[in-house]
Write a protein that binds this ligand. Sequence first.
Ligand SMILES: [Zn+2]
Length: 340
Amino acid sequence: MQIKNSAVSMIIEAENQKELEEIKLQFLGRSGRLTLTLKEITKVPAEKRAIVGRLANEVKNVIEETLEEKKLTLGSQISNQQKQSIDITNPGIKPDIGHLHPMTQVLYEVADIFKQIGFQAADGPEIETDYHNFEALNIYKDHPARDTQQTLYLDTRDSKSNPGEIILRTQTSNMQIRIMEKFTPPLRVIVPGKVFRYEQTDASHGFEFWQFEGFAVDKNIRFTDLLGVLDYFVKKFFGENTKIRFASHNFPFTEPSLEGHISCITCKGKGCRFCKFSGWVEVLGAGMIHPNVLKRMNINPSKYQGFAFGTGLSRLVTLRYQMNDLRLLTDPDLRILEQF
Ligand SMILES: [Zn+2]
């Protein structure tokens, strides 16, 4: 007992690792006080030997445990001291902070502009049936409009689908059909998404690009509602002074159809290389949803009307930032991306 008490108090008072080592030797070393006591056990009468032995072992354990604990506290004190000696006047290492890709920034912004007038965003499949991408949108098997959308077909040899039935969607308009299949009017929906076409890539074409589609179906929807929504959008996105003009166009799933041009952002309509000296740049396609499309979705076209519009999201980005090459957007070059 006496050995235990003096050992423990010495350990607690020890100030460094070296002192601890000395205390350890003094009690547990080859000729340490406890070691010698244990050797004396043989001299104890046999009937008391077991009790004395157990007691001695307990003392040994207590000393060892206290030693370990003290070692740890001394260790952490040392590392605290080391921490305090760090030179805080050294210049720090500034971590690089990333940000959203310009495409994503524009996507969020466009979605917000349409949300303000009651549109909801929807997402849909990129692998699509010929029916949803073409047939239901009034583009039949032999329709010449198919030639303008070079299609990537999926290999259907090991599936139940017929050859040519499963494709990578060429336009986000497939979602007009999918949403009208599931929900009844009134509908106000925007669909941002990736589309795919079998095309040579150049400064203004890619085989994979982002489209932005929107449509509304309700009672009393007029052509002027469409024009108003588009005017609202370009003014919000490109600035209040942006002008929009419309030209007639043709899409199989809208009637009448139009193309929207905005006054050139670069030259404000005076004419420059960016707008090919016309003062205007094409920005979107739109029209009133064809009655055949509504009928196929079991929506009565004499009660309900709708409009739809679509644009390339990358087109919006390149127009806004006056970039002359679409491919810069998919280039992982940080010198480009850090500018946004
Ligand atoms: Zn211009």
